[in-house]
Design a protein around this ligand. Structure first.
Ligand code: AMP
Ligand code: MG
Length: 390
């Protein structure tokens, strides 16, 4: 059996970065910038007032100085004249500075009578002028790859980048397998349960940039599984859930092999998630996840999310780990790397009492997976431990 790290490296080998496409700016949030983009203009494109007040010459600014107001300029409405000696132009935030003026006395520091203003409070040294290009200049670059946040979208808009090169979303086909499964909303028979894994994984992967297709549930027959794989055609990543162990009804490996899957590995030295299978199936990567709901979700965090990130060009890295203080003693770990459901609150990590891999309710209450190395010795309260946030 291979280690978690070896398995993830093999998975990265199946997860090539996807090609780019161009999308309108309004659809670029949450996407990964595929190539550097460059500002097409200076911002601001002119020196501009940052306050409401009066534009004057800085050399003339002093307490009690008087000016004649010769015109007005507001955002979107420049002043075509020139501000000469002893003159002021009424100005509002965002308006271009009139030629000849380099200082804005804020309106609170001025008293006005007709066309005459007097500076009545010391305006101080701050000019209240935003220089041309102070935010960015033409040619300023946003580097790629970059996961585009709302702030980035605002910046790209200001740069007049209306269409954005992004990495194509990985298309992921998710197939639950099992005679016992029905879809949420359906009426299960007395010996049936509801398929949950596909939906949890869909939510997880979609939140991280994948485009998921939940396929109809495949039954535990060769023909139904084959049809499932047919329906997955065109996906970049085909994920099956369940049917990957060695029971009589675990047929996923057999069907995938029959369809020509080039197997990269089967079984990983981890808990939960041991019967993990992966390989290349035509143009797609194929991963067979274990059916137990917690195993499937843990494998989603530990293996599938890193694959999605790699496909998006965000690098081939293990999930980020954080440190917390163990709240209570825990016993030694077995020979497999163990991802234990846990809760972290105020830096204190509490391990859930029951780690059975069928217990979704405990997973849903957890916000951390404590990472325990194979054969990790007992740990005592107060020790620092590593976990993957979920
Ligand atoms: P299997 O790997 O097919 O033997 O499944 C292991 C356990 O996980 C069984 O109890 C299945 O009923 C359950 N299971 C498999 N697939 C799913 C699924 N998609 N949603 C919820 N439970 C599942
Ligand atoms: Mg099954």
């Amino acid at each position: 059996m291979i280690s978690v790290t070896e398995a993830r490296d093999l998975l990265f080998g199946l997860a090539a970065r996807l090609p780019s496409e161009e999308v309108p700016l309004a659809q670029a949030a949450g996407r990964v910038l595929a190539a550097p983009v460059t500002a097409k203009r200076d911002q601001p494109p002119f020196s501009a007032s940052s306050m409401d007040g009066y534009a004057v010459k800085s050399a003339e600014v002093e307490l009690h100085a008087m000016f004649k107001v010769i015109g007005e300029t507001a955002a979107g409405h420049g002043f075509s004249g020139r501000c000469g000696a002893g003159q002021a132009v009424r100005i509002f935030t965002g308006a271009p500075m009139p030629e000849g003026a380099d200082f804005v006395v804020i309106q609170e520091d001025v008293s006005r009578t007709g066309d005459l203003i007097t500076i009545t409070s010391d305006p101080g040294p701050k000019s209240n002028v935003r220089p041309l290009g102070v935010d960015f200049t033409e040619g300023t670059t946003v580097a790629a790859p970059r996961l585009l946040r709302p702030e980035d979208i605002a910046l790209l808009a200001a740069m007049n980048v209306a269409r954005v090169p992004v990495v194509r979303k990985p298309v992921v086909a998710l197939m639950s397998t099992g005679d016992e499964l029905v879809m949420p909303g359906d009426t299960p028979g007395p010996d049936q349960i509801i398929a949950s894994n596909t939906f949890g994984l869909q939510a997880l992967l979609q939140a991280h940039g994948a485009d998921c297709r939940v396929l109809p549930i495949a039954r535990d027959t060769l023909s139904s599984l084959r049809m499932g794989f047919e329906l997955a055609a065109g996906a970049d990543l085909v994920i099956t859930i369940g049917g990957a162990s060695v029971g009589d009804h675990d047929l996923v490996g057999e069907v995938a092999a029959g369809l020509g899957m080039d197997r990269a590995f089967y079984k990983v030295r981890m808990r939960p998630g041991k019967p993990l299978m992966a390989g290349r199936l035509g143009d797609a990567a194929m991963v067979g996840l274990p059916g137990n709901p917690v195993s499937a979700m843990v494998c989603g965090y530990i293996f599938i999310l890193p694959m999605i990130r790699a496909m998006l060009g965000l690098g081939a890295e293990a999930p980020a780990q954080m440190t917390a203080t163990l709240a209570a003693d825990i016993g030694k770990n077995g020979p497999r790397e163990h991802y234990m459901r846990a809760s972290v609150e105020n830096g204190q990590l509490t391990v859930a009492g029951d780690q059975d891999s069928s217990l979704l309710s405990i997973l849903a209450q957890s916000n951390a997976l404590l990472v325990r190395a194979p054969d990790d010795p007992p740990r005592t309260a107060g020790e620092d431990v590593r976990y993957v946030p979920i």
